[in-house]
Write a protein that binds this ligand. Structure first.
Ligand code: ADP
Ligand code: MG
Ligand code: MG
Length: 890
């Protein structure tokens, strides 16, 4: 490799995240600003990528750069790597550009071997020496061999340790004395020999090579891949490896390790939040195998060092201008900082911290806006237990991830993934003895997570908060039996499949289900989105079909309805028979009177619907789409009908109405209904339906206006591919509109427009614009028809497409800018060439997706429309688009 492969901490800074990973860059930065960081160096992400490009071979020349760096560290500390008289021990740590808590590997206490241990115990506390050695054997074996050999993972070693503790009649690690730990080291080494056929490596340089390579390999372990997919982090960026001198938190009772957030990561409160374990290495805190104590307890007992810790938090926040998540260790009363990064936080915390930091003068409003990932706002709307609900708390743990969740208890991640979200779609609560990043898949599929051990700062708790999963951790009241698939609290047994609820905000476990409601929006939430509204230029509307949804959307900040789907109103129970009668009589000239009677009945219903919506809107505009789906969607299912009729026949009975229905359903059967008789085509063949709908819309508007209100109906004609389609339908509807105005004696500010969702419509948008006051991009259909992918059938091939990188992502999730986006740009440009002030919006699912919103901003749309719950996300994403930053570069 031509490029420099190794950087000393003194040689780098925080801007070098691409090359050194977040951890390496920040270790360098903290060194630069004079914080007590143990010395070390970082191997670049380029080396990791070269390792993979070379067919998993460490590139030549790496050791030529590592050895001098190692010497530099030795000289700084006056110790020597591999020297029994004064050994330098190392930690070998993973770290990619974007933080992936606990997903990759780290090895501590590297450099120990039998000879060094033998010497060390004569000069220092033997318990500490054996404790370090047993940890090292476990970690190196786990990371270096567990992908090649079975039974050599951390779990297997923990099992051996548990057995020994049982033999010795003790419960806690700390109760095992030096002799016990010495035995444990022997057992561990025999286990390695038995499983791998080779002795545990004794040469420190071999150990170092194995650890570095293992960290590279951990980039592609299962949980890291799942995490990257979920967080949309590229698989190609690789991890750096930081090699650092060890400091020891496990050297007695004046030592320990902790993790802290400079502000509360759940609520955002400006109070340091941390956890600490005395006489332990930090791995114990972050891995969640022990439940640490709150930092406040430690503070009281160690005021001087706590002050130093507090000052460090201050310095880091001021320096990074953001809430920091820090890892630290105390060795014989000396404070060391081992990591800092921008802390993961809940949506509520993200908003509060951003607003507070603006008020504190630390950052500007625009910086605050750019900082919060729009999707995080979802969490501010997450359900909580309905106010006033009375419930009994079965057990209490730590409130590790806020929100309420109900589901059936499931005891392993695999099963949770199969049954839960993304699988069978059941609501599950994952219950585990301890929190482990290996459970990621199951956590993502669960409504909530409950664990008996582990603290608020464990990796699993971090991940849960980051993804908005309600979590109760460290719930020592419960005892989990993974084999029996149950947990017990006193006399109560909860078995797999039993329904439980979690109140992650208070750390409560509840038997059965509880009623939930939307979270109450905080003052900061309003302030923050108010700032977003000040800078965004895109309008934000919502897709809403009922007054209830409309009110919800307005509460979340929508400025109108961008898509009201009228056919949803046809599905209501009392209307269905009328709708079916209307359909069955449509083609039959002799039944014209019946057809009209059915339409008249529906008119009454729809007029009320629209009146309600205009009232809810209070003068905001509503784009109302005329009937769009093929008519058979409103009729009974053909297979069911056939079966019902056959059953009747078998018992010698018959039902003429059912048989007529079957004939009708058969005659309407289409091979490819999505491209069949629907949208404006339907309106041309059966104009009665849309004439009725237009009347209902305008009569509803007239009622509101006559009562002193305002109504701005925008009537949208779907699926137009040729201007003549629009021209024909519009002419018919204009007649109806004029008639309503004449009957009501008022003028209604209505507009006609169309959806652009057929590629031909986009390509001839200049012709179409002659007949339209507005366009709304229907990007679901436009994506279907541009790719020729059926959205409903695309799961089978889109997943492999994305996995094989044939497509960068699912085009139904985020707009395919080069293809579908090009059609949109053409339509924008051609449409506006004819009508410069043509109103342009988007109402497909993409209208609530941050990247797509940025694209809509770029091509000059007037507004985006999305589901009510995504309105806050869209407001922020639109602001970030206007600021030209924010949407992450993952
Ligand atoms: P992760 O990315 O999984 O958090 P780290 O590299 O941060 O992995 O290592 C995990 C823990 O190991 C740290 O929180 C810290 O407590 C401990 N650790 C790492 N490096 C050192 C070191 N040089 N001295 C002492 N402890 C260390
Ligand atoms: Mg860490
Ligand atoms: Mg459509």
């Amino acid at each position: 490799m031509a490029n420099k492969m190794v950087y000393l901490f003194e040689e780098a800074d925080r801007t070098m995240r691409d090359l050194l990973g977040g951890k390496g860059a920040n270790l360098a930065e903290m060194t630069k600003i004079g914080l007590p960081v143990p010395p070390g160096f970082t191997i670049t992400t380029e080396v990791c990528n070269a390792y993979y490009d070379n067919g998993k071979q460490i590139p030549d020349g790496l050791s030529d750069e590592v050895l001098p760096a190692l010497t530099h560290v030795e000289n700084k500390l006056g110790k020597k790597f591999g020297d029994p008289d004064n050994p330098l021990l190392l930690s070998v740590r993973s770290g990619a550009k974007f933080s992936m808590p606990g997903m990759m590997d780290t090895v501590l206490n590297l450099g120990l071997n039998d000879a060094i241990v033998e010497k060390l115990v004569t000069v220092t506390d033997p318990r500490f020496v054996y404790d370090s050695y047993r940890r090292f054997i476990m970690m190196l074996s786990d990371v270096a061999y567990s992908d090649k050999f079975a039974h050599i993972s951390k779990h297997d070693f923990e099992h051996i340790f548990a057995e020994l503790k049982a033999e010795l009649g003790v419960k806690e690690d700390l109760e095992v004395d030096a002799a016990g730990l010495k035995t444990l080291c022997e057992k561990y080494k025999s286990h390695v020999m038995a499983q791998t056929g080779s002795a545990f490596p004794q040469d420190p340089y071999d150990q170092l090579r194995a650890a570095v390579e293992a960290v590279f390999r951990s980039w592609n372990n299962e949980r890291a891949k799942v995490y990257r997919a979920k967080e949309k982090i590229s698989d190609d960026i690789g991890t750096a490896v930081s090699v650092q001198a060890m400091v020891f938190g496990n050297r007695g009772n004046d030592c320990g390790s902790g993790v802290a957030f400079t502000r509360n990561a759940s609520t955002g409160e400006n109070v340091i939040f941390g956890e600490y374990l005395t006489n332990a290495q930090g791995e114990d805190v972050v891995a969640g195998v022990r439940t640490p104590t709150p930092i406040s307890e430690w503070a009281a007992a160690n005021p001087t060092i706590y002050k130093q810790f507090e000052d460090t938090c201050q310095i880091l926040e001021q320096h990074y201008k953001d809430m920091q998540d820090i890892e630290f260790t105390i060795e014989h009363g000396t404070f060391y900082i081992l990591q800092c990064r921008s802390g993961k936080r809940t949506g509520t915390a993200a908003v509060k911290i951003a607003v507070d930091q603006v008020n504190e003068g630390l950052i500007t409003k625009n910086e605050a806006l750019a900082r919060v990932e729009p999707e995080l706002l979802n969490q501010c709307l997450l359900p909580v237990i309905a106010q006033g609900t009375k419930y009994t708390v079965l057990a209490k743990g730590l409130p590790a991830g806020p929100g309420a969740a109900t589901g059936i208890a499931i005891f392993d991640a695999e099963t949770a993934a199969i049954l839960g979200k993304g699988g069978e779609g059941k609501k599950v609560i994952l219950v585990r003895a301890d929190t482990s990043p290996d459970d990621l898949k199951g956590m993502l599929a669960a409504q909530g997570v409950l664990t008996a051990k582990g603290g608020m700062t464990s990796h699993a708790a971090l991940v849960a908060r980051g993804f908005g999963i309600p979590t109760v951790a460290g719930c020592s009241d419960i005892s989990v039996d993974g084999h029996k698939r149950q947990f017990t609290v006193g006399g109560t047994v909860i078995s797999e499949g039993d329904e439980i609820s979690l109140n992650g905000t208070l750390g409560e476990v509840i038997v059965g289900s509880v009623p939930v409601e939307d979270a109450i929006l905080t003052v900061e939430f309003g302030t923050f989105l108010g700032w977003a509204d000040e800078v965004r230029t895109l309008g934000i509307r919502a897709n809403a079909d009922t007054p209830k949804d409309t009110l919800l959307a307005i509460k979340f900040g929508a400025e109108g309805i961008g898509l009201c789907r009228t056919e949803h109103m046809f599905f209501e129970e009392e209307r269905r028979p009328v709708v079916q009668r209307m359909i069955l009589t449509a083609e039959n000239k002799e039944r014209a009177a019946e057809h009209q009677a059915a339409l008249d009945e529906l008119l009454v219903f729809q007029r009320e619907d629209f009146k309600g919506i205009f009232e809810a809107l209070g003068g905001l505009p509503a784009t109302i789409r005329l009937i769009d789906p093929p008519l058979h969607e409103f009729l009974p299912n053909i297979e069911e009908l056939i079966e019902e009729i056959a059953t009747l026949k078998a018992t010698g009975k018959s039902d003429p109405a059912k048989e007529e229905m079957l004939r009708a359903v058969r005659s309407m059967h289409e091979i490819n209904p999505m491209m069949g008789l629907r949208g404006c085509r339907l309106s041309i063949v059966f104009p009665g339906i849309v004439v009725m709908q237009t009347r209902a819309i305008l009569e509803g508007a007239a009622l509101v206006m006559k009562a002193g209100g305002k109504a701005y109906p925008e009537i949208m004609i779907p699926l137009v591919g040729h201007v003549n389609e629009l021209r024909t339908v519009r002419a018919e509807l204009e007649k109806a509109a004029k008639a309503v105005e004449a009957e009501q004696g008022i003028s209604i500010p209505y507009q006609f427009g169309t959806m652009i969702e057929v590629p031909r419509g986009a390509l001839t948008a200049d012709e179409i614009a002659e007949e339209a006051e507005f366009f709304s991009f229907g990007t679901n259909d436009l994506t279907q028809m541009t790719f020729g992918f059926s959205r409903d059938d695309s799961d089978k091939f889109l997943k492999p497409y994305v996995a094989q990188k044939i497509l960068a992502g699912d085009p139904f999730e985020s707009i395919d800018e080069t293809g579908v986006g090009l059609l949109m740009e053409i339509a924008v440009q051609k449409g506006r060439s004819v009508k410069p002030d043509l109103k342009l919006g988007i109402c497909g699912e993409h209208g609530g997706e941050p990247r797509s919103i940025a694209f809509c901003h770029k091509i000059g749309l007037n507004y985006v429309s999305c589901s009510p719950y995504r309105v806050p996300i869209a407001r922020l994403a639109a602001a970030q688009a206007a600021l030209g930053k924010g949407v992450s570069d993952k």
